[in-house]
Design a protein around this ligand. Sequence first.
Ligand SMILES: N[C@@H](CCC(=O)N[C@@H](CS)C(=O)NCC(=O)O)C(=O)O
Length: 201
Amino acid sequence: MIKLWFAPRTRAVRIAWLLEELGLPYELERVDFKRTATAFFAQSTPLGKLPVIEDAGKLIGESGAITEYILEQYAGGRLAPAVGSPTRASYLQWLHFAESTAFPPLGIVIWLTLYRDDASAHPELVEDARNRAASGLEFLEKHFGPGPWLLADDFSAADIMMGFTLLAAQAVGVLDARFPIVNAYLGRLLERPALQKAVNL
Ligand SMILES: N[C@@H](CCC(=O)N[C@@H](CS)C(=O)NCC(=O)O)C(=O)O
């Protein structure tokens, strides 16, 4: 059985959400998130970050890599378009955009305002990160497509990767009324029972 090191409001939510969507059994190893300002890789997990999973004797970090691994091993073709199918390129783009482009400026806002707790000493840095985070949301707002999901009618793991990023954007007040399409999309994501389960673990 997959073991998931987990703390609420971390990227581990993505993996719990994915496992819930797939109906896979998993063992939750709860850890207290350490809000350290001075050290990275400081969490009480085998790889020092969240999320981490252990499966078949392997430890895996990185929420995107874990997502792809679980899909390959256990999804049987669910939650991702097949290699070579028309929506595959879009799927890959959104899957990686969520963590690689949209999240980093949000991470800086979170780091300065929640972890370091000295945001008032760095107003220009916070402002710059908030603007860059908003640019990521603008890109999503502009390129969203017909919905209801990123790949139209096909809910996929890209929505799970993106959903957590949007929860973070909402939490720090970047996802505001400038982004009606993205806000409506997050509202639909929040109606999914699997996400509700994951955010209440
Ligand atoms: N790109 C990684 C980021 C992992 C990450 O930074 N996780 C945060 C929690 S959301 C963490 O563990 N930070 C604390 C630390 O570095 O000690 C992923 O997607 O899994």
